[in-house]
Design a protein around this ligand. Structure first.
Ligand SMILES: Nc1ncnc2c1ncn2[C@@H]1O[C@H](COP(=O)(O)OP(=O)(O)OP(=O)(O)O)[C@@H](O)[C@H]1O
Ligand SMILES: [Mg+2]
Length: 434
């Protein structure tokens, strides 16, 4: 088992005509003054014209931790995993796996198993042999205790080889093969693919292939698992089931895991901690509920939570009032010192759909018109217009009947509001949040 440390990781790819380049790049939203310049290890990708994909990534994944990387498509999640696995060269920075600096180690010496977004199975091997493949390669002969009355290794090898093409029950199994067999069957049972062991990859559905790929990684028992959207081809039910199984399995094995997804539900339910990424940078690193309750900036606030948080411009009037052309709200006292500081300024108010509810006519409430009703059975989501330009998402209990065109008064749960600085998009913390 091992921790993984990413120190000041940079990655650029050589650019193509017409693309945003290092020299012309203006999108450095979170780069702070005094940031270290990257230690360049790959000169070609630092040439003018190259495109910054990852910038200033610092992350320590603890021994045995389940770390989720989440972010929108193209933000650099797969690139980061491929760097850790050794499948891409770093432009700058250092990567440690356990005690070892692995910058210059080839993938196979990093003791890492990766499940790719586009899983690759050996097409000519059965499911069983696909899973067993890594085990046969990694487990050395002397790992298995030699029993005194053992057959000579050369003879055993020959018999194993001769019977390998026979159906499983008729094969000769050496002690090593017996250990492999046990491991393959345990993993197959965990992933519910026991009935598929004799099939070839071409005889499997996408979801089944994905589970085999997962099984192959798990069975190798590496120091670190890297998983890149391993559940993307599964249907909703199997996805939820496999999600639980992976988490359970990871707890049992205690293997440090870095798991990539763009699905925020997956991130929230699986991760010990989540690193939210955008445009090649980590926006926030925190346990799931902390991201939900205390997002560090507007991007995280919008990305975590479904439907996303609503944002409205409000004017601050100390000591505790915030005003919008349509409503005025008195905030709890924990906001007093903040509002004093921002008195007279415009801030962005953030409120989640689940923290709005249908209320009564009042100056503190919002008069809205219902544009869309999505009744899902367990919840109802409304899209409502506050003014001609701003639309809000609202979650209401399913027993409240609302129709398109209805005019409603919405009440804001004042203890659930968020405030952001419109210039920096950073969250403003109240006193209770420290
Ligand atoms: N070999 C490459 N050469 C040039 N650009 C690349 C290369 N590989 C990836 N990119 C670019 O790097 C960016 C990040 O890609 P990456 O695959 O890491 O995104 P991702 O976060 O995994 O997205 P997704 O959720 O869609 O899988 C993208 O803009 C992509 O076009
Ligand atoms: Mg990807």
């Amino acid at each position: 088992m091992a921790q993984v440390i990413l120190e000041n990781i940079y990655k650029s790819f050589p650019g193509r005509k017409g693309e945003r380049t290092v020299a012309s790049s203006t999108a450095e939203p979170m780069l702070l003054p005094g940031d270290e310049a990257p230690v360049t290890t790959d000169k070609s990708s630092q040439l003018p014209g190259s495109i910054n994909i990852l910038r200033r990534i610092n992350l320590t994944v603890k021994d045995g931790e389940f770390m989720v990387l989440v972010g929108p498509s193209g933000c650099g999640k797969s690139t980061l995993l491929r760097l850790i696995a050794g499948l891409e060269t770093l432009t700058g920075g250092k990567i440690w796996v356990g005690e070892a600096l692995v910058n210059d180690l080839p993938p196979k010496e990093r003791d890492i198993a990766m499940v790719f977004q586009n899983y690759a199975l050996y097409p000519h091997l059965t499911v069983y042999d696909n899973i067993a493949f890594g085990l046969r390669r990694t487990k050395s002969e002397n790992e298995v205790e030699q029993s005194p009355q053992q057959v000579p290794p050369w003879l055993e090898k020959a018999v194993v080889g001769m019977t390998r093409s026979l159906p499983l029950g008729l094969r000769y199994l050496s002690d090593k093969e017996k250990a492999v067999d046990k491991q393959v069957r345990t993993v197959a049972q965990l992933l519910q693919i026991e009935s598929l062991l004799n099939r070839l990859p071409k005889q499997l559905s996408g979801g089944q292939k994905q589970r085999v790929a997962l099984g192959r990684a798990i069975s190798r028992n590496p120091q670190v698992f890297l998983m890149d959207e391993p559940l993307s081809n599964l249907d909703a039910k199997l996805r939820a089931e496999t999600r639980t199984q992976i988490v359970k399995l990871q707890r049992q094995l205690g293997t440090t895991t870095i798991y990539v997804t763009h699905d925020q539900t997956e991130a929230m339910t699986m991760g010990d901690r989540i690193a939210v990424m955008n445009q090649g940078q980590i926006q926030q690193l925190a346990p799931p509920l902390e991201l939900y309750n205390h997002p560090a900036n507007q991007f995280v606030a919008e990305f975590i939570g479904s439907p996303p948080m609503n944002f409205l411009p409000v004017q601050v009037k100390a000591p505790l009032l915030i005003q919008h052309p349509q409503f005025r709200l008195t905030l709890p006292e924990v906001w007093e010192s903040v509002l004093q500081k921002y008195n007279g300024r415009t801030l962005t108010l953030g409120i989640r759909p689940e923290h709005l509810s249908i209320g009564v006519p009042a100056p503190k409430n919002l008069l809205v018109q219902v544009e869309l009703v999505e009744a899902l059975g367990n919840d109802t989501y409304l899209s409502v217009s506050l003014t001609e330009t701003s639309t809000l998402q609202v979650r209401i209990p399913p027993d409240q009947v609302v129709r398109i065109g209805d005019r409603l008064w919405l009440s804001i749960a004042v203890d659930k509001i968020h405030l952001f600085d419109p210039q920096t998009a950073m969250a403003i913390q109240s006193e209770s949040q420290g």
